[in-house]
Design a protein around this ligand. Sequence first.
Ligand code: MOS
Length: 739
Amino acid sequence: MARAAPKPQANMGPPVPRYDGRAKVTGDARYPSDVPVASPAFAFLVTSAIAKGRIVRMDLAAAQAVPGVLDILTAEDTRELKHVKFAAGGAGASTSIQGLGPDIDHDGQIVAVVLADSFEAAREAAHKVDITYAAEEPAATFDATNAREESPEEVGERAKKLPKAGDAAAALASAEVTIDAQYATPAQHHNAIELFTTTALWSGDELTIYEPSQFVFGLKNNLAERLGIDAEQIRVVSPYVGGAFGSKAQMTPRTALIALAARRLGRPVKLVSTRDQAFTISTYRAETRHRIRMGARRDGRITAFIHEGWELTSRPDPYSVAGVEDSARMYGFGAVETRVTLVHADRNTPGFMRSPPVVPYIYALESAMDELALELGMDPVELRRANNSMRDATGKEWSSRSLMECYDEAAAAFGWKERTARPGSMRDGDWLIGWGCATAAYPTHLGPSAVRVRLTPAGEVRVQVAAHDIGTGLYTVLAQLAADELGVPLDMVRVELGDTALPPGIVAGGSVSTAATGSALVKACAAIRERLTAAPAQTTGGPSGNKLEDVFERLGIGAIEEYAEFIPEGGKPDAIASLYKGKPALGGGSHGEKLMYALGAEFVEVRVHALTREIRVPRIVGAFAAGRIMNTRTARSQLMGGMIWGISSALHEATEIDRRHARYINDNLADYLMPVNADIRDVEVILVPEEDSEVNPIGAKGLGELGNVGTAAAITNAVHHATGVRIRELPVRLEKLLG
Ligand code: MOS
């Protein structure tokens, strides 16, 4: 079997090719901005040139004189827009959601929208809008004198929830071996291939929005609130998403502005924002800082774990990922203490970016684990084994935990036993070789979903749910699951996603889509089977081929359609009603009775040139356990992509911030470093069989976000092994390795 399609093992589905593969490679797949609308006006955004202050004057004369310009929206035109409160779950995501100023609270805030007969005219006019500002000195990031610190106590509610067990300070003071280290991760920005687009089309009082979205029901309801209209007047359509990773999960300011513009003009409006605007009109992964203190016995048992995090957020919004929730539970620590401090600065609001809590926090944890292993003179894998536990320090038990199976399989495939421990001891000519490893972990979330399934006498199946395939493979795995459950060939199944005209699905976030929609689908299919078996004189097995027609004939019906709602165990009874209102209730992970996580182990080889300090990653091996694997091809693809992003966050990605102006410097694909083919060599994914019937009815843990967790630590650990230099601030760049 091809490498891209690993042979399924126990509890794994076959690697059927992607349901939407052909449509995507032939250009048949219509992304939201591809949908043709009649005689659209084109929008171009004008964004703020300052980070903090006020617009005192806006001269539109030159812009209005550009031929083809139809309208220019400014602050006065957006007064009617209602303010939607920031909510980390499903609502508005951004600070300046209020409208177009005149107050400015971050660089690149939208301050005007130019509408014209052509994109070119709109763009030209946008550049001719002449703005006079009264600028104030902004706080750019950590350590700015006028940034505001919000202590965990102030944040209140969340502080209470952070894990704490035993007396960590006392355990640390009496530990035989201790480490105390600080780490930092940079801001990173979403650079999906598909830009942030919105097309708005009014037909009377009915509004249709074509916009790439990870949660169409959320967008629909939040937009209704912004516009002050009934949610039932809005339909959001987003069948394909060209990269999202969290950036398209929440409503951002542009949507209401474009809807408003279309209503004023009485004409559809199309916005395709630019690459640099994407840095400030949407969300991003904010920079973090960490201090980790650990105490251990000589035999490697960790008796104290203290993890403090600092996170950057916007001035008004308390966006926080608080991944101590996960780091503190990863091993059987003796006592734990955790703290998170939020730092508010004059920046656009951060938000979700693939594995938001665990990427920075597990990086810090897994770096510290490596430092402790060195201090103890232990093999890093054996340190993980010594602290592997089915219970965390607070006494919570894992539903299943295959961490050491992952370590053992990945270590064997990698050849870890050939490693010599001393840094700098493995060398190949001018290249210093380093081998490192780290744990990958992602919480298994639980979420509700509805679904509608129809079966015809010809055996055609239609699955409908307003869930989203953001490249993850949801179309494919739902088609597979429906075919299996109803006993029809795969090519008889049609799947429709991403449209609020369909039953509501969960946000395509938190790696929860397969589990939630799959569980609803299984329920609907069971109901269909039940109706089929109710047919008179039907005694043998499931439906198939001609027999199905007979069954329908005996039933005297033309088709069977079942609508099902799935609410996870322990979920609120109104979870589906809330979903209709655009509020997703995500549980699971560390928040339920048991700890539920997908886990993995990643091993990397780095090569650092002895003279130039050029850094290469010739190979990476990851082994992952995530409960039931629906499709080994799409699973491998997710995990491989995750590891590549992990390499990127270790060695390439960082948004550079001009501290004087609180402005992003490298807001383009030339300067924002990302790996290319030449940077990515051998990437091996091992799927480790695991069964967990507790997580959800289909037993799938979700793995869309698992692969890029831990990778950065595996790489910095390997860099240390190669060079003896410990990089505690990402990304690793060669200048940091020049003695
Ligand atoms: Mo993902 S960052 O949960 O969309």
